[in-house]
Structure formats: structure tokens, C-alpha cells
Design a protein around this ligand. Structure first.
Ligand code: ZN
Length: 238
């Protein structure tokens, strides 16, 4: 549990998986209406905790996952589409969290700052759903030229594992409107910080439109975990 304070009805859960020195942060549902993010999270967690896959046992020795499945549980419980209990779009307030106005987000940010001081954090993934775009894609940060290829390495691997993930739609930007997002603010702490977006309705395959199902979202979560495992196979840290 990360926070239980005034103006937070439901506690924010934190899951710790693995025992490695290097850490990966995975979060979802800062926007409460984006329920596909929870199906992705379900597929990710089911796979990453599997005892049957040898590769995952190796991965869990290298890496510790810090997972926050629901960043805005009050908003979800209230049936809000985008905001918190207090009416804030929390994914525009990471830069200037206030312990009274955004208590959950404030506590999560303090936790992540503390985590970064104690451990190397290789990745941060913040999972969302998109009401206009098709397929799955990522937003990343604009970084210095020597870090650019490192920043682009993960989306490339992910695209090889998920047929619905589009590398061409993945983009790296620093637009002002996104300056308060997790990806932008936490990018200052964890250089490889991404927003994972998925369509609310479909993806393209062989020029056909394939509607997303609960299973397809869950598969995307599993493929995210497979891509992480492949990343550490390719760039081992032990
Ligand atoms: Zn969102």
C-alpha cells in the first residue's frame, strides 16, 4: 500500500515481483475511464508471475518489478472518465503534486523518487487507452543524441512481439501540453520512461481492421512482458 490519507477513499496498491537489483516500474489507470489498461495489466501480471517459463525465472532474478495496477482507484470507483475524486486530471499534475489536492499521486511520486535513490530503475511504463488512435504505440521522451538509440531499442523489440504494436506510430516528443505527464516528469528520473497507448476499438492487420477484445488487450500485456524478457536477454545485466 502506498498511501492512505485524507481525500483518498481507496488505498493505492503496490506489487513487488522479482528480486533483482535493477528495477522496472509499471503503472496503469491514472485515467479511470481507460479500462483496456487494466486488461493489459492483467495479461502482464499473469505472465510475469508465471512459474512455468524458465526465461521469466531468470528475468525475476535480474529485475524487480514495482507495479501499481491502479493509480487513481477513487476515480475508477466513482466512474469518472478522466479525473480524480477532487476533479484533477492526475496525468497533468506529476510535476507539481500537492499532498492535499493529489494525495495519491504525491505519495506515488515520493515513493518513486526514493526508489531511484536506492536502485537503478531501467524502465517506467505508464499504460493508457486512446479514444481516437488505432492499435498500440508508445510515447517516449526526446533525449540527447547519444541516448537516442537506447531510448528506441525497447519499442523496436516490442514491435517484434506484438502484431498490434506500431513502431511507426510510436513517437518521441516534448510538447508543452504533455509536460505534466508521468512519462515527461518521471523521464527526468528514469530516462527510459514511456507511455503505452492502446486503441479503445481496433488495430490494423493486413489492411483489415481487427476489433480489440479483452483477450487481445491481455495478450498485449503478455507481449509487453515477453519484450522485457527479450530486452534483458539481449542486454544482460548479471
Ligand atoms: Zn490516458
Amino acid at each position: 500500500m502506498i498511501c492512505n490519507k485524507l481525500l483518498l477513499i481507496i488505498n493505492i496498491d503496490l506489487l513487488t515481483i522479482g528480486s533483482g537489483e535493477r528495477h522496472i516500474v509499471v503503472m496503469a489507470r491514472v485515467h479511470p475511464g481507460e479500462s483496456p489498461a487494466s486488461f493489459i495489466m492483467e495479461g502482464f501480471l499473469d505472465f510475469i508471475t508465471s512459474e512455468d517459463v524458465i526465461l521469466l525465472k531468470y528475468l525475476r532474478d535480474q529485475v524487480t518489478f514495482k507495479v501499481i495496477p491502479m493509480l487513481n482507484p477513487d476515480g475508477v470507483a466513482l466512474g469518472n472518465y478522466r479525473c480524480s475524486l477532487m476533479g484533477f486530471d492526475l496525468n497533468r499534475h506529476w510535476r507539481d503534486t500537492n499532498p492535499w489536492a493529489q494525495p495519491g499521486l504525491h505519495a506515488v511520486k515520493a515513493f518513486l523518487i526514493g526508489l531511484e535513490k536506492e536502485h537503478p530503475v531501467d524502465f517506467c511504463f505508464d499504460i493508457h487507452a486512446h479514444s481516437l488512435a488505432t492499435g498500440a504505440f508508445m510515447y517516449g521522451n526526446v533525449v540527447s543524441e547519444d541516448q537516442q538509440s537506447e531510448q528506441q531499442a525497447f519499442p523496436k523489440i516490442f514491435s517484434a512481439f506484438a502484431e498490434d504494436f506500431s513502431l511507426s506510430k510510436t513517437n518521441f516528443n516534448k510538447d508543452a501540453v504533455k509536460s505534466g505527464t508521468a512519462r515527461r516528469v518521471l523521464g527526468g528520473l528514469f530516462p527510459k520512461s514511456y507511455t503505452l497507448e492502446v486503441s479503445f476499438y481496433n488495430y490494423q492487420k493486413d489492411l483489415r481492421s481487427v476489433p480489440y477484445t479483452q483477450k487481445a488487450y491481455s495478450d498485449l500485456g503478455e507481449n509487453l512482458a515477453r519484450a522485457i524478457a527479450e530486452y534483458y536477454r539481449k542486454y544482460p545485466t548479471l
